[in-house]
Design a binder for this molecule. Sequence first.
Ligand SMILES: Nc1ncnc2c1ncn2[C@@H]1O[C@H](COP(=O)(O)OP(=O)(O)OP(=O)(O)O)[C@@H](O)[C@H]1O
Ligand code: NI
Length: 309
Amino acid sequence: MEKEPILTVKDLSVSFHMYDTGLEQYDLKVISNLNLDVCPGEIVAIAGSSGSGKSLLAHAVMGLLPGNAAMSGEISYRGRVLSQKDKEKLRGKEMALVPQSVAYLDPLMKVEAQVRGSKPDRERIAAQREIFKRFHLDEKTEKLYPFQLSGGMARRVLVSTAVISGAELIIADEPTPGLDLEMALEALKVFRELADEGKAVVLITHDIDLAFHIADRIAVFYAGTTVEITEAEDFRKGPEALRHPYSKALWEALPQNGFKPIAGFQPYAKYLPEGCLFSPRCPYKTKECEQEIPMREVRGGYVRCIHAD
Ligand SMILES: Nc1ncnc2c1ncn2[C@@H]1O[C@H](COP(=O)(O)OP(=O)(O)OP(=O)(O)O)[C@@H](O)[C@H]1O
Ligand code: NI
C-alpha cells in the first residue's frame, strides 16, 4: 500500500510585493510552481544554492511568510489543505521548524521555557534532559538566557526544541552550521531516528554531500523551483544516474569529484528567463527550452528538463 504523505505541497508560488525607486511597484516571484511531498518515515533533503527559495518554502508551510508576501497553491497536512489559521494551530505541535537563524530564540525567555513549552509534564522534561545530554549541553544550560549561549549551543537548543515537540513533521532549515563535526553528526542521527519512528523530516541544506548521506530522497532547488526530485541513492551513484544538468553540475562541483565549478549565476527573481530557469547556463539549451517546462518522470525520478533521458 502507498503511504499517505504527511506533507504535500502543490503548485506553490510565492511572490513579494516590492517598491522600486519612486512610486513604481512590482511583484517579485521567488517560488514558482513547486510540488513536493514527504511521507512518514522519510527524510527529504532540499538542496540548492543561496536564494533558491529553501527557507521560504519552510516559512510557507509553517505560516511564517512576511506580510508583503502572497502565496498561491496548496499546502496539505495529512491530506487536509491548510489555511493560515490551521498552520498557526499546528505549528510547534504537529509541525515544528528548526529555524535557519539562532535569532529566532526569544531573548527574554530562559532556555528551559523555550525548549519545553508552557506547562511541560514530567515526560517532556525528561525528554529535554535526555536530548541535552546527547548534545553535550550540561544541566546549567536550562537556566541560561539566549545571549549567554554560544552560536553552537543556541543551534543545539533549537534542534532540541523541535525534537521534543513531538511533531509529526519537522523542517530543519540548515541545522548544522556552527556545530563541530561530532555534534553535526549527532543532530543528523537524531533526525534519522525521528524518521525511523515514522515522522516526516525535511532537511534543508546547501550541502549536497551531507544531504545524500542521510536523506532518502533529494529535491534540488534552483531559482525558486524544483529541477529534480530523486532517490538519494542516485546522488551516491553519480552523474549518469542523475537527470538534470544542474544536479549533475552540483555533483561535479563536490570536492571529492574534482571541484569543477559551473559557469554563470542563478538568475535573480526580478530577471528570470522565459521557460527553463537554468537555460542561460545550460549546454543543452535549444529553442524549445523557452517554453514552460513541467516536471516529468524519467527513470523513476522527476526532472524539469525536456532533454533529460
Ligand atoms: N522578505 C522578503 N522580501 C523580498 N524578497 C525576499 C524576502 N525574503 C526572501 N526573499 C528573496 O527570496 C529568495 C529566496 O530566499 P530564501 O531565503 O528562501 O533562500 P534560501 O534558499 O533559503 O537561501 P539560503 O541558502 O541563503 O538560506 C531570495 O532571492 C531572497 O532574496
Ligand atoms: Ni535559507
